[in-house]
Design a protein around this ligand. Structure first.
Ligand code: HEM
Length: 156
C-alpha cells in the first residue's frame, strides 16, 4: 500500500479518536448533565460511551499499526537519529501514557458497564462516573498534545 494511503488512515484514526472525545465533552455531556438524575439520560450516556469504547480501541490499534508502518518506512534513514527521532520518541512516550489511561478507564474504572452500575449505590456510581470523566479529559488533553507534537514533526 502506498505511504500516502497509510498516512491518510493514520490521520482518519486520529480524527475519529480526538473528534469523538471532543463531541463527548463539548456536546453530549453538557446536554445530558442537567438530566443526570433521569435513568433515560444515564442510559444514553452509558450506551454511547460503551459504543465509543469500541471506536476508541479500533482507532488506537489503527494508529499503532499505521504509525509503526510509517516508522519502519523511515527505518534505515538517518532521520531517525536526528532531532526528528527525539521528537518522535516524545510523541510515542505521550501516546504510551494516553494508552495507559485508556486501559485504566476501561478496565479499572469501567464506568458504564451495566454490572458496575447495578452493584453500586447511586453515590458511588456517580463518583465512578466523575472519575471516568476526569480520565477522559486527561486522555483528550494528551491526544491534543500528541497532535501538536505530530504536526511539529511534519515541519522538521
Ligand atoms: C493519538 C495518537 C496519534 C496522533 C494524534 C497522531 C497524529 C499524527 C499526525 C497528525 C501525523 C502527521 C501526518 C503527516 O502529515 O505526515 C503523524 C505522523 C506520524 N505518526 Fe502519528 N499519531 C498518533 C499516534 C502514533 C503512533 C502510536 C505512532 C507509532 C507507532 C505514530 C507514528 C507516526 C509517524 C512515524 C509519523 C510520520 C512523521 C513524519 O513523517 O514526520 N503516530 N501522526
Amino acid at each position: 500500500m502506498p505511504l500516502y494511503l497509510i498516512i491518510w488512515i493514520h490521520l482518519v484514526a486520529a480524527i475519529t479518536l480526538i473528534g469523538g472525545l471532543i463531541y463527548l465533552h463539548l456536546v453530549l455531556r453538557p446536554v445530558l448533565l442537567p438530566h443526570a438524575s433521569e435513568t433515560e439520560s444515564n442510559e444514553i450516556l452509558r450506551k454511547t460511551t460503551q459504543r465509543f469504547r469500541t471506536v476508541t480501541w479500533m482507532s488506537l490499534i489503527t494508529l499503532i499499526l499505521t504509525g509503526a508502518f510509517t516508522m519502519l518506512s523511515e527505518g534505515g534513514s538517518a532521520r531517525i537519529e536526528t532531532m526528528w527521532g527525539v521528537v518522535l520518541m516524545l510523541k510515542l512516550f505521550l501516546f504510551a501514557v494516553a494508552f495507559a489511561l485508556v486501559l485504566i478507564h476501561d478496565f479499572v474504572i469501567d464506568p458504564y458497564a451495566a454490572s458496575t452500575q447495578s452493584s453500586m449505590n447511586a453515590q458511588s456510581a456517580k463518583n465512578n462516573q466523575r472519575r471516568a470523566a476526569l480520565v477522559q479529559q486527561a486522555i483528550l488533553v494528551l491526544t491534543l498534545i500528541i497532535l501538536l507534537v505530530a504536526t511539529y514533526l511534519t515541519t522538521m
